[in-house]
Design a binder for this molecule. Structure first.
Ligand code: NAP
Length: 309
């Protein structure tokens, strides 16, 4: 029994962190293993792996992702009927909540407009809108969305949230299901996407969703690129229906140098950095999950492969 680590990118820092947290285990990068060694691996720890790497691990009993978003792993886990565990880390939720607050402030305090004004040497104060008159809708109220809601409430914003099942979060107006997505975003000055990418959420933000938003509102996408229908977003930005979009995630990453998002005046491009996994805290959580499994064969909470998250 041994553990293999798989990632598309070379990840020596991950191996170091995981080995430090699991000194009792034999933990090697999948590429270093011979076929016979690969066949003895019973647990795969993965950070955005190539499916071909996992195909070499013919005897794994389960997969532990050190990412929270697992849409690329779901079909593979379903095909092999393997339990898939995603990262649940309060530090990740804290980091994402911080990013949501930071980029909400960026929009609420018109920082993009002041940066443009400085480049043009324009001295022009803009109207100030207090947080208590600024509505933010969180599309997705899971681990990350609910942490963001708490942070925004604490900063005095009006907060609404949308999810698949009913939530009760004091101070947050909670909406459930597709039929009220439009209502949940209609009064928002800022809409923040924090849903997983699933067949139901692919293209969730499309021409009719953008039309349901208040004219001149802004969008923050910290979820996955494909949650937005790209052409509809360009149309909404070009027509002024949307004032600005902060985009951290894209269907193709890295975003190609000739992609029009880079140069669109109403778009802020970020390189998928809103909530990087903290290797130290994540490795500790992975290690605890694996020790519990070694002790009593009990698996941590795993992803619902039918639901897709
Ligand atoms: P989570 O705990 O699984 O929460 C997902 C939320 O989305 C839940 O509230 C869920 O509703 C809702 N949802 C899912 N499908 C829905 C649907 N069809 N209709 C309505 N609501 C739906 O996930 P999380 O940990 O908060 O993470 C969310 C996503 O953030 C990840 O999947 C990943 O894609 C992204 N992420 C991005 C970064 C980054 O750096 N940009 C970092 C980490 C994660 P219920 O609560 O009712 O189930």
């Amino acid at each position: 029994m041994s553990i293999a680590f798989a990632s598309r990118q070379p990840a020596p820092a991950w191996l170091d962190a995981l080995r430090a947290a699991l000194p009792e285990e034999s933990l090697r990068e999948v590429g270093e293993l011979s076929d016979s060694e690969a066949a003895t691996v019973d647990i795969a720890i993965v950070a955005d792996p190539d499916p071909a790497q996992l195909a070499r691990l013919t005897s794994i009993k389960w997969i532990h992702s050190v990412w929270a978003g697992v849409e690329r792993l779901v079909p593979l886990a379903r095909e092999r009927a393997l339990p898939l565990v995603r990262l649940h880390d309060p530090e990740l939720a804290r980091t994402m909540a911080e990013a949501v607050l930071a980029w909400t402030y960026y929009l609420q305090r018109d920082m993009r407009a002041y940066a443009a004004n400085q480049r043009a040497a324009v001295w022009q104060p803009r109207p100030y809108r207090v947080p208590s008159e600024t509505t933010v809708t969180l599309v997705g109220l899971g681990e990350l969305g609910s942490a963001a809601a708490a942070r925004l409430l604490d900063a005095g914003f009006r907060v609404r949230g949308w999810s698949r099942t009913q939530k009760h979060i004091p101070g947050v107006e909670c909406y459930v299901g597709l039929s009220v997505l439009g209502t949940s975003i209609a009064k928002a000055d800022i809409v923040v996407l924090l849903v997983p990418l699933t067949p139901e959420t692919k293209g969730l933000f499309n021409t009719s969703t953008f039309a349901a938003m208040k004219r001149g509102a802004s969008l923050i996408n910290f979820a996955r690129g494909a949650v937005i229908a790209r052409d509809a977003l360009f149309d909404a930005l070009n027509s002024g229906q949307l004032q600005h979009a902060v985009l951290d995630v894209f269907e193709q990453e890295p975003l190609p140098a000739d992609d029009p998002f880079w140069r669109h005046p109403a778009v802020t491009v970020l390189p998928h950095i809103s909530a990087p996994t903290n290797r130290r805290t994540a490795a500790k959580i992975v290690a605890e999950n694996i020790r519990r499994y070694r002790a009593d064969a009990g698996l941590p909470e795993f992803v619902d492969l039918e639901r897709g998250y």
